[in-house]
Ligand binder design. Structure first.
Ligand code: PFF
Length: 446
């Protein structure tokens, strides 16, 4: 069943790092902290941990089982494991969703690149907080700046993916993931050392369950899926390159734990600084790109050099995290094209990167000249994000769980995931995970 030429990750550690790299991204540093701010601090964190452990982790294992067993692209895996059936169309939709996420995700990745360059050149106004306030809206609404950042980010993604699994993805994540951890821990230490930061820690630790309604739970589940890169084939594709004797459960637990840990330390790096500055934590998506530059610039009144170093470290961390995720999205698309159309890797890449530019540019312009182009009040960027992270990822994860729970032979699943917890896993993905996903999904739509 295993084609002899298929690449493999060099070791368990590098495989787990690549998986963690896909999981840890803008979802952790940009999205998670503002969701915590919007949905009751610690209460949201508890909901998130419950969703991650009991729903997202089993879904992760399902995707990994399919990938490891079939050793193919997303579409090809369904074709291999359920020949002649309609399941492969679910694989096709996953690839499409991955492509759309890559396009708009690269816009946000481009912002971090822009902010990194600005912080390196002193352009984030250390010591001049009032000037820092308008930087984000000016940058995001400038077609030249936002499109340039987007294109550079997408190009960097494409170059890494072009190197393949071992020389591209493995090499890049092996270097960046440890640096990312060190940078974030240093930022947490710095943030906690600020006078008045205790309020931020209290906010994260003390749950306010009155703010956690059905939509809060739906957001927690959606965020868990987004953060673990589920439902769009990213986990499946990396698993298709894992060694035959790799233990799926161990990889899943490590990815889930490091992803959750990273989300919490991101909140711990941001919230204490927000509270120390007496600002509002629930400002939504602008938290990282508007509130933080203001905070860092205010600190710069007394210590401009330290402020510039902290800002640079922060946006470098976001950029690296975003890249380790975007490469997994593009890889899903590229592996599909290489396998199905039998084309060269660079050709497969162009096949997705060129349309990705065509979709990403209007997404980038959604914050400027195309701000008014809306449907139900949503801009093009919002529509892509809503469609993928609220609908396609959730339904995708549901399809993968149904496939493993009800379509694959139990003995085949067990062969890939044997261990003391197999019975629990199998029960969960048949009887608990699908209804739980449906209930949370539907209650959010009502
Ligand atoms: N998990 C990534 C994040 O938290 O930023 C986002 C992501 C990566 C989504 C890969 C989908 C994907 F296929």
């Amino acid at each position: 069943m295993v084609p002899s030429k298929r690449e493999q990750f060099g070791s368990s550690l590098t495989f787990i790092m690549a998986m963690a790299g896909s999981a840890i991204g803008l979802g952790n540093i940009w999205r998670f902290p503002y969701m915590v701010g919007e949905h009751g601090g610690g209460a949201f964190i508890i909901a998130y941990i419950v969703c991650s452990a009991f729903i997202a982790l089993p879904c992760f294992l399902c995707e990994a089982v399919i990938g490891k067993r079939a050793r193919s692209g997303v579409y090809g895996s369904f074709e291999k494991l359920a020949p002649g059936s309609k399941w492969k169309w679910a694989g096709g939709i996953s690839i499409l969703a991955c492509f759309v996420i890559m396009s708009y995700y690269s816009v946000v990745g481009g912002w971090s690149l822009d902010f990194l360059v600005r912080s390196l050149s002193g352009g984030l106004a250390p010591g001049r907080p009032d000037e820092a306030v308008g930087i984000f809206s000016k940058m995001a609404s400038s077609p030249l700046e936002s499109i340039t950042g987007f294109l550079l980010f997408l190009m960097a993604t494409a170059l890494i993916v072009l190197g393949g699994i071992k020389k591209g993805i493995e090499k890049f994540t092996k270097i960046t993931i440890p640096i990312l951890f060190v940078l974030m821990i240093a930022l947490v230490v710095y943030s906690l050392s600020l006078p008045g930061s205790g309020g931020g820690v209290k906010y994260i630790i003390e749950p306010d369950f009155s703010k956690l309604d059905a939509s809060g739970w739906a957001c927690a589940l959606g965020q868990a899926f987004f953060s673990m890169s589920l439902g769009v084939g990213a986990v499946l594709i990396y698993s298709s390159f894992m060694k035959k004797d790799e233990r799926i459960l161990r990889a899943g637990v490590w990815t889930s734990v490091s992803d959750t840990f990273f989300a919490i330390i991101s909140a711990l790096a941001i919230m204490p600084a927000v509270f120390a500055s007496g600002l509002e934590p629930g400002v939504g998506p602008a938290l990282v790109y508007e509130t933080l530059p203001y905070i860092f610039a205010s600190m710069g009144v007394e210590t401009p050099v330290l402020s510039a170093v902290v800002t640079t470290a922060f946006f470098l961390a976001i950029l690296m995290a975003a890249l380790t995720s975007s490469i997994s999205m593009l890889d899903v698309c590229v592996e599909h094209a290489v396998e199905q159309y039998k084309c060269k890797r660079w050709m497969a890449m162009l096949l997705f990167v060129v349309p990705g530019i065509a979709l990403g540019v209007p997404c980038a312009l959604s914050f400027g000249s195309l701000k008014g182009a809306t449907l139900f009040g949503l801009t093009i960027f919002d529509i892509c994000d809503f469609l993928c992270s609220n609908i396609l990822m959730t339904l995708g994860a549901l399809v993968f769980a149904l496939f493993v729970g009800w379509r694959m032979k139990k003995a085949d699943v067990q062969e890939e995931l044997n261990g003391p917890l197999f019975k629990v896993f199998y029960f969960m993905i048949r009887w608990v995970v699908p209804p739980a996903i449906l209930i949370i999904f539907i209650s959010n739509l009502l």
